[in-house]
Design a protein around this ligand. Structure first.
Ligand code: 5GP
Length: 193
């Protein structure tokens, strides 16, 4: 998506070899108009899929998911992060290792909000190793829900998550795929097409 790529080039900050900071328009301050454009793109791309729920993970996925849900006219659910939980039948849980914080935590979703009738579009801000998406897919599996696809704002194509998830048969729709970034010059190269 050209608009997102241009914005990343202009306002993204290459922190080091593998972390991109986009806190002026996605992760801290949010450009809601840009989120609306992203949502329109996913709505078009998934027009053939019977999506009836948007699923994301707190915190930075929530803003995007809310706008996507409004575009699709369906509810958004976010998985909550928890240090540790008491397992009861009421919740669906998975373990996720955080890329940015480098620790493992449980993510939970109430069974009340995800079930076998759901056709889910998972959305998130970044795709790196794919752990966050693995956790959300696992939660959908436990719920008996169908994963229609995954919408990612920024995929780092030089990290393994995207290729692996596509290899597993998931429909992954990344609006910008960063092929390489150089912290010395701040240069960011995108995958074409
Ligand atoms: P993964 O689970 O795919 O390894 O990492 C994805 C999660 O880590 C996303 O939910 C995102 O919050 C965070 N993340 C991964 N890479 C980056 C990055 O380069 N910049 C930012 N801001 N967040 C990232």
């Amino acid at each position: 998506m050209r608009l997102l790529e241009e914005r990343i080039r202009r306002d993204g900050i290459v922190v080091d070899g593998d972390v991109l900071k986009v806190d002026s328009f996605i992760n801290h301050q949010m450009d809601v108009g840009l989120f609306q454009e992203m949502a329109r793109q996913w709505h078009e791309d998934f027009a053939d899929a019977p999506v009836n729920k948007i699923l994301t993970i707190e915190a930075s996925g929530i803003g995007i998911a809310a706008i996507v849900a409004a575009e699709f006219g369906v509810p958004a659910v976010f998985a909550k992060k928890s240090q540790s939980i008491n397992l009861t039948g009421e919740v669906l849980t998975a373990k996720v290792t955080s890329f940015t914080h480098r620790r493992t935590y449980d993510v939970i979703v109430s069974r009340r909000f995800l079930g076998p009738a759901d056709h889910v579009l998972i959305v998130d801000d970044f795709l790196a190793n794919g752990c966050a998406i693995d956790g959300l897919v696992e939660i959908c599996r436990q719920a008996g829900a169908t994963v229609e696809g995954v919408g990612i704002a920024v995929e780092k194509g030089f990290q393994p998550g995207g290729a692996r998830l596509r290899g597993e048969g998931l429909r992954v729709d990344s609006l910008a795929i960063v092929e390489a970034m150089d912290p010395a010059t701040g240069t960011i190269a995108f995958r074409e097409g």
